[in-house]
Design a protein around this ligand. Structure first.
Ligand code: NI
Length: 181
């Protein structure tokens, strides 16, 4: 596990790629919110900012636990990081929204995905306090994308089967060329 030891204050974690089987696992709920979990959240934020990306789920750094981090703010001056532990969508709008989504675990693949435009998400914050957030637009899309990761669902699952198989084949080949996953 990449989170066992820390030598620096914040560490950039390796992001795992398709077809790593961890990405397909249903992640475990987090029972105890302790310093290790908070440290993992900090490292995930650091990793997300450096990538750069707007969201990251723990399975993407090889850790099958229900933790996501997000920041959809547009400039560095107004950073708005979110840490969500055991997030759950409790309300979805009927109104849909289409966004072109990407994923740090599937580089260079973009998929137009229709999802509810607004969602309400319940989660535990880094202190273990229950929070509720009503989100719309990019934040709503991002929350749904990251929670998908916790359930082993990836953006390629929203593609046609033909296109999905092509992407999977391409990433299997890349993994083989890189020395195997
Ligand atoms: Ni993703």
């Amino acid at each position: 596990m990449p989170c066992a030891h820390y030598v620096t204050d914040m560490a950039k974690l390796p992001i795992i790629l398709l077809p790593d089987p961890v990405l397909r696992r249903v992640a475990d709920p987090i029972v105890t919110i302790d310093d290790e979990v908070r440290r993992l959240a900090d490292d995930m934020l650091e990793t997300m900012y450096k990538a750069p990306g707007v969201g990251l789920a723990a399975p993407q750094v090889g850790i099958s636990r229900r933790l996501i981090v997000l920041d959809v703010s547009e400039t560095d001056d107004e950073k708005t990081p979110f840490v969500m532990i055991n997030p759950m969508i409790v309300k979805r709008s009927d109104k849909p929204n289409v966004h072109e989504e990407g994923c740090l675990s599937i580089p260079d693949v973009r998929v137009e995905i229709e999802r509810p435009a607004e969602v309400t998400v319940e989660f535990l914050d880094r202190e273990g306090k229950r929070q509720e957030l009503a989100a719309s637009d990019l934040l709503a899309t991002c929350i749904q994308h990251e929670i998908d990761h916790l359930d082993g669902r990836l953006l390629i699952d929203y593609m046609s089967r033909l296109k999905r198989d092509m992407v999977i084949r391409r990433f299997k080949k890349l993994a083989r060329e890189a020395g195997g996953v």
